[in-house]
Design a binder for this molecule. Sequence first.
Ligand code: ADP
Length: 487
Amino acid sequence: KAGARPASSFVCDKAYVNGEWVAAKNGKTFDVVNPASGKVIGNVPDMDANDVQNAVEQAFRAFQTWKETTAKERSVYLKKWAELCWQNQEELAKLLTTEMGKPFAESKGELAYGTTFLDIFSEEARRVYGEMIPTTAHSRRLLVLKQPIGVAGLITPWNFPNAMITRKAGAAIAAGCTVVLKPAEDTPYSALALAKLAEEAGLPKGVLNVVTSSRTNAPEVGKVLCKSPLVSAISFTGSTAVGKILNEQAASTIKKCALELGGNAPFIVFDSADIDAAVEGFMGCKFRCSGQTCICANRVFIQDGVYDKFASKLAAKMDGELKMGDGMQQGTTQGPLINQRAVEKVDEHVKDAVSKGATVMRGGNKKGGNFFEPTLLSGVTKDMKCSQEETFGPLAALHRFKTEDEVVTLANSVRSGLAGYFYSRDLGQIWRVAERLEYGIVGVNEGLVSSPEIPFGGWKESGLGREGGKWGIEEFIEIKYVCMGGI
Ligand code: ADP
């Protein structure tokens, strides 16, 4: 496309602070690895507490002028940034597959999803309306102003290296906040590419800062973001364990926290369901991103009357449609997992389930490097590890159930509450179950429910706050009540 540049030009060995491309003060770097080949792509600065402290100060300084810009000015910057991302969609997708592993088609999809957040927030920037409250006395007027909260500290995961950044940074910048972003150590290049394009879009220096750090330095970087009085909000997407640490640390300065944490999504198929549609919906819901999304189906509950039919149709579809390989190879649907830690977790869940009586219907094995076979287990029960925690890999774990009450209780029995899905053609049941599921996102006869327009977020230990649509921007706004007297 016109204006596009090669993916390799985004492989950059500097972080981005106050409009400058900089090394870590300590001079250290860490390697970024292609998870499909194991080869090093390059290295980036391994920044620590000192570097992030500096970035926070720069972001705080930039905030003093950025907060004075008009909504229209911010909207125009975001629109320009989005345009550059659209122009570079293919190349950014290649870069994303190279550092993260997901199939190229999925990366292109992520770029479309991610860039749409910039589009949406360029529009929402202009709709942060205040309010007037009917007065309680003739001499007074009561108003509500909405103002940017301040510097936002963003920490993002590797499974959506582009979209999790635009979803947060787009909203923060639209609201009039400035940003210090720490991307996941596995996927810093997609973050730095976004910074490069923001710079080209003319975003003033200090508004978006990207601090890269290794896993070793992530805790100290996170601590500065959470504890600094110059940072006013934290937005994090990642594991529940890390979310809890950040929330505790942020309590020290009473920061607003938006947390998108782990799920343990139930996927329920009732006897009345259209089984072909359920199998089709399940394939995308489970195997997209090799099962590495927080809204992927994790516990699959199939009602007694359709269990065998669902299991055999699913097995056939897995045989026919899933192809493991390098994400850049034509036809690949299942890329590698992100790293060895992820492979070990899937392996542990499969072994644990088998030791407790589950049957392997398909797959079940490590395949070398970071690859794990798409796996289908039958006869899974709630005492198995794969039922209690998110597997975050290509494991379909089938449970058999008898009644609606039983399955709703089982679905709600965990501390997670992000996404839940069910298939049914019984209208009464659809209403009952949709209302009873304790989840922030419910898919009814749909396996792919995400889009930039909707409020994305979880109940219980899956998080705080919502991202996307008109809701996302609220996380970066403070409300001010003004009582105007003497009228
Ligand atoms: P995963 O295990 O899938 O990598 P994490 O929640 O550990 O998920 O990682 C998500 C993000 O949180 C990454 O950017 C990672 O570097 C960061 N992170 C991990 N541990 C901490 C921590 N103690 N403090 C701040 N950030 C952290």
